[in-house]
Every structure is written in C-alpha cells, then in structure tokens.
Design a protein around this ligand. Sequence first.
Ligand code: NAD
Ligand code: ZN
Length: 243
Amino acid sequence: MTISAQAKALADRIRSASRAAALSGAGMSVESGLPTFRSGSRALWRNHDPMTLATPDAFARDPVLVWEWYRERLRAHGSAQPNPGHLALAELERRIATFTLITQNVDGLHLRAGSRDVIELHGDVRTSRCIRCGERVETPLAGEVPPRCACGGLLRPNVVWFGEALPAGAYERAYEAVAQSHVFIVAGTSAIVFPAAGLVEVARAAGAFVVEVNPDETPATSRCDVSVRAPSGEFLPLVVQHL
Ligand code: NAD
Ligand code: ZN
C-alpha cells in the first residue's frame, strides 16, 4: 500500500471513530530540528550520552552538567517550531469528538501547535521543582547553575528521568483514554520506554485500530494493525487531507 493509501485508510477509520488517542515520542519533533537521544552522530552532547544525563544519578553526581544540558535543550525548544506532524495532530483533536494526545516529549511543541487535551507523561522542561520543598517554578533560562529555590534547595527540571515514576495520575489518565479509543496512533517513538510503550497493548486489548508512524521498525511494529514507514511530518498531514 502506498503512503497515501495508508493515510486514506486511517482517515476512513477516524471518520467513524468518536474516540481516539495518540502516543508521541522524540521522533515526532525530529522534523522541528530537535534530536532524539538515540539518533546517530547528533546523539552525543559535549561527549556525553544523553541517555546517561537524563537520570537521577547524573543529577546527584553533577547537577551543573545536567543543568547546562537542559538549558541548551530549553533554548533549542524555544527556537524550534511545531512541524506539520504536530499541527496535524492538533487538527485531529478538532475533528474527533474525543481525542487525547499522550506524549513522552518534554519540548512543549504539541501545546504550541494547538493541541489542548495533552498528557505530558514525562513532564516538561518549562517548569522546574525544588528537590527540598517541592515548590514549582518556571525554569530560569539565565542566572546561576544549578538554579536554587527561594528555600535554598536545588531546583531540578520537572521531567521524568530514566528509572523515575511518572507524574501522579498521568498514566492512569492515559490508560483510561486509550482503553476507550477506537483508533490509536503511535508516532515517533521507539516503543521501548515503559510504561508508555505498554499503551499499545492497552489499545489492542480494547480492540482499537492501532497505527504506527515511524520510518523504522520498532518492537511495537508487530503489535500494530498498520505500520507506516514514513516521517510523522509527512504522513499525518496526509491523513488530515483525506478526512
Ligand atoms: P526515541 O528516541 O527512543 O525514539 C525515537 C523514534 O522516532 C525512533 O524509533 C525513530 O525511528 C523515530 N523517528 C525518527 N524520526 C522520525 C520522524 N521524522 N517521524 C516519526 N518517527 C521518527 O524516543 P522516545 O520513544 O520518545 O523515548 C525517548 C525518551 O527521550 C522519552 O522519554 C522522551 O521524553 C525523551 N526525549 C524527548 C525529546 C523531546 O521532547 N523532543 C527529545 C529526546 C528525548
Ligand atoms: Zn524549595
């Protein structure tokens, strides 16, 4: 099947669906110029592997290094623009009675693209919280690193690091939305970070039509009804065109 035929098939499913959901990952923002943690030569940051920086251990060992990395990411997010894939998902929310977007991304691009019902499973970098008193503040873009709370405690980015629990209630809300969906779109995720990846099984168990959008095969591929081998910024706008 051509990409366009796959887009039409998904649009047909969506037209008869009153409830749908999507799960997005770092690949979704690649076309906005933001790298994934795992993508080729760009994956290293000043000789550090991001996979080892996004951990509680790294922050405990070297909060300055981790903060310098997040500051740089925050600046990159600020200069990035939502791409046609983000915009298409925002449009789907307007066209489908109930559409919940579950994202593992911390870049805020879905919200900037106009999506409203967004569950940020892994938090966001726009806010930070104090590791001593829990106070939440807007992440300071300048000033001393690591930034401190008024109470003197260290601030940390309000994101979920590898090995940490998800924000309270976030997975439950995502589970609920997926379990009631007729269509589930999985875009730009390697589907290896749990529990997010487990939502594919939740959708299958609920009898949803599950579509993966990813240029590469993933562990979820064999669990999906259709796997579209295309960038999300190309495929998702085609789906909207066919609606
Ligand atoms: P991942 O890096 O593990 O996987 C990215 C996937 O996207 C890959 O399977 C890749 O084949 C695919 N991909 C690449 N280009 C694509 C495109 N144009 N269209 C569609 N798919 C494309 O990402 P993940 O599964 O989200 O898990 C990694 C973790 O890293 C998450 O916890 C996330 O919070 C974090 N992260 C977030 C950002 C961000 O917010 N932009 C960036 C890097 C990492
Ligand atoms: Zn504090």
